[in-house]
Design a protein around this ligand. Structure first.
Ligand code: ZN
Length: 302
């Protein structure tokens, strides 16, 4: 295990169980790359934790979204936006056979509150209300050693996923990542695995040091709504397809005030939920990100 070398290690993962996960750190990304064109993980291993999307793929996705929006009537768009008002959330707690990996109902409720606060603009400086809110629609718990470690992930997700395109499914597992998400434009081809996988110890009150305020779910939900990392594309003007998140050359670790990794205008958006900073460092989504989420929602989840 090389967690100690990661830019974003957290002690909660340094348990013997992780050393037994077949395939090691990179496997979730590699195994599902063709289907689960999503986030790599926040806080995983440098070079493996971030599933790159090429500039060409990025252009194709943007064009596809534009085409879908152009093809929709005003009525269809309005209906989609109404649906977006409240997102039903299904939480799947994947415990091992001995019951490890459980979280309390209180932690789950706190997690929903964190999502509502973060997406509602309550995070602090620069925060905008994205207009999205969340309500807990269901909690189920499983005891399965494989599922607990995120093995057979396509199988377990398809067996347990609930709701439609507008439902956020959160699978709480114990793996080498903080989280992995699917993107909205992949829903139509892979609806059964749509959602986010989140390290269970990242929930509020969990043991993931520096990452236990519940913002991993915020970050992964951001991907689920169609946001890229703020460091997507590095120091390019295209960057993350959002004009009000200054470009940055790479992910941020910790909370380094004043970081400015590109010569393009603006300091790195280290307080943005779509960077890799500590939970306590996050304060905001931007209005540009809010607009992007609206568009992706309308095109793919409404
Ligand atoms: Zn991410």
């Amino acid at each position: 295990m090389t967690l100690g070398a990661s830019a974003l290690t957290f002690s909660g993962l340094a348990t013997p169980a992780h050393a037994q996960v077949p395939g090691g750190a990179g496997s979730p990304c590699i195994e599902t790359a063709t289907h689960d064109a999503a986030d790599g993980a926040r806080g995983g291993h440098a070079g493996l934790d971030h599933r790159d999307i090429s500039a060409a793929q990025q252009r194709a996705i943007e064009a596809r979204t534009d085409r879908r929006l152009e093809a929709m009537t005003a009525k269809q768009k309005k209906k989609a936006q109404t649906l977006a008002a409240t997102v039903p959330v299904y939480v799947h707690v994947m415990r091992d056979a001995a019951g490890n990996g459980d979280v309390t109902d209180s932690q789950i409720n706190q997690q929903i509150s964190v999502l509502n606060n973060s997406f509602g603009g309550g995070g602090g400086s620069g925060a905008v209300d994205t207009g999205f809110s969340f309500t807990l629609a269901g909690v189920d718990r499983y005891n399965n050693n494989q599922w607990h470690n995120d093995l057979q992930s396509e199988s377990y997700r398809s067996q347990t996923r609930l709701g439609g395109a507008n439902a956020l499914n959160i699978w709480l597992v114990d793996f080498d990542y903080l989280g992995i998400a699917t993107f909205p434009w992949d829903y139509s081809s892979d609806p059964d695995i749509d959602g986010i996988r989140v390290q269970y110890s990242s929930l509020p009150g969990g043991t993931a040091t520096n990452y236990n305020l519940g913002e991993t779910a915020t970050h992964e939900a951001g991907h689920w709504f169609g946001l890229y990392h703020t460091f997507q594309g590095g120091c390019t003007s295209t960057n993350d397809e959002v004009s009000d998140t200054p470009a940055q050359s790479s992910s941020t670790s910790g909370c380094p005030a004043g970081r400015d990794s590109c010569s393009l205008p603006g300091l790195d958006p280290i307080h943005n939920y779509m960077d890799y900073s500590y939970d306590s460092c996050y304060t905001n989504f931007t209005s540009g990100q809010s607009s992007r989420m609206d568009q992706a929602w309308t095109a793919y989840r409404g």
